[in-house]
Design a protein around this ligand. Structure first.
Ligand code: SF4
Ligand code: SF4
Ligand code: FES
Length: 357
């Protein structure tokens, strides 16, 4: 346990090291100099805690596990996006000034705390896992090799370091609407590999609605991932390759023309742009003729993605064959359709600066 003066209670005596920590809020801020005791074996988050315990009790910083598993303590240390709890002070020279700043891609709340709602919005937009309708939970069966294929992506701790690093949104606020980011590309890839996911359009969705085409495979996201997920090599590049196969392979193109669903008379009705969000279904499947036409014409990044609508059946209640070859299905969001972000501060079950008391 630390002594009150901030030196370690056991082991080798520490040294006093120089830090610059960004202090401020959304209206502005600056780097503040601190001289802080650092003991052997400590990580950057230890130093921040010592700073809070001594000179700066009001310094805001998120953390939970201190074990590299909750993804809360993301920050930029000497300009590199890292987890504070997994960055050892021995990484730096004793004479080096360590600069700690908040994640640059997201709006500042205070000090080292940023508003990462962008990521939750993108999570909400990502269609959920859609198991076969005739299987109940507990009846799912899949081969071990399929479990292992997507295991890598399920290691994600949602630290959003990859999202923060990606140059597509890092200095380009205007790209955020159209770009979901590497964390959600691995989600799409994971579902694309899942043998029980009945949606066959995950890669098409990534291309048309998640902005996969913005990614120019720089691999910066993979470099900062604390779980060492090969985001670019194992998720993004394979999806890009399959999108290219699907769009430009002449046999696949011919097949899509043969099996493409014809429009019924009802489909010819012009769509009311103010009512795009009014059609919902628990059945899954985006069966929207205008979206199909959009997909045929190519990617339109800012188009409004329609909510899922129920699959159409014939007079005997059977699905047409095109439902099995349709490439633009979507499942309902796991967050529900009526949640808006950011959530109201008063409804949060943790301390938030905007809560009334
Ligand atoms: S590889 Fe793609 S997603 Fe990853 S940082 Fe580069 S542009 Fe962004
Ligand atoms: S993919 Fe890696 S860097 Fe991105 S949120 Fe998940 S754990 Fe963090
Ligand atoms: S405190 Fe949980 S990852 Fe750092």
């Amino acid at each position: 346990m630390d002594k009150p003066n901030g030196t370690g209670g056991t082991g080798k005596a520490g040294t006093t090291r120089s830090f610059k920590v960004w202090r401020g809020d959304e209206s502005g801020g600056e780097l503040t100099d601190y001289q802080i005791q650092v003991n052997e074996g400590e990580v950057v988050l230890d130093v921040i805690h010592r700073l809070q315990a001594t000179e700066a009790p009001d310094l805001a910083c998120r953390w939970n596990c201190k074990a590299g598993k909750c993804g809360s303590c993301s920050m930029e240390i000497n300009g590199m996006p890292r987890l504070g709890c997994m960055t050892r002070m021995s990484t730096f020279e004793e004479t080096e000034t360590v600069t700690i700043t908040p994640l640059r891609t997201f709006p500042i709340i205070r000090d080292l705390v940023t508003d990462v709602s962008f990521n939750y919005e993108k999570a909400r937009e990502t269609p959920a896992f859609a198991p076969p309708a005739d299987l109940a939970p507990g009846e799912y069966r899949m081969q071990q090799v399929d479990v292992e294929r997507s295991q890598e992506f399920r290691k994600c701790i949602e630290c959003f370091l990859c999202q923060n690093t990606c140059h597509v949104v890092r200095d380009h606020e205007e790209n955020k609407e159209a770009f979901a980011g590497p964390r959600y590309f691995i989600r799409a890839a994971e579902l694309d590999m899942h043998p029980l996911d009945t949606k066959s359009d995950r890669k098409e969705y990534a291309q048309a609605s998640q902005g996969l085409g913005f990614c120019n495979i720089t691999k910066c996201c993979s470099e900062v991932c604390p779980e060492h997920i090969k985001i670019t090599d194992n998720a993004i590049i394979p999806m890009k390759e399959r999108v290219v196969d699907r769009r430009y392979d002449p046999l696949v193109w011919l097949g899509s023309k043969i099996f493409r669903r014809g429009q019924s008379e009802g489909d010819q009705t012009p769509r009311d742009p103010d009512n795009l969000g009014e059609v919902h279904s628990v059945g899954g499947g985006s069966h929207d003729s205008e979206s199909e036409a959009d997909a045929e014409r190519g990617v339109h990044w800012n188009r409004q993605v329609p909510h899922p609508t129920a699959p159409s059946t014939d007079s005997r209640g059977r699905l047409p064959i095109s439902e099995f070859t349709f490439d633009r299905a979507a499942a309902p969001s796991p967050f529900g359709d009526d949640v808006t972000f950011p959530l109201p501060a008063d409804g949060l079950n943790y301390s938030h600066p905007e809560q009334k008391d």
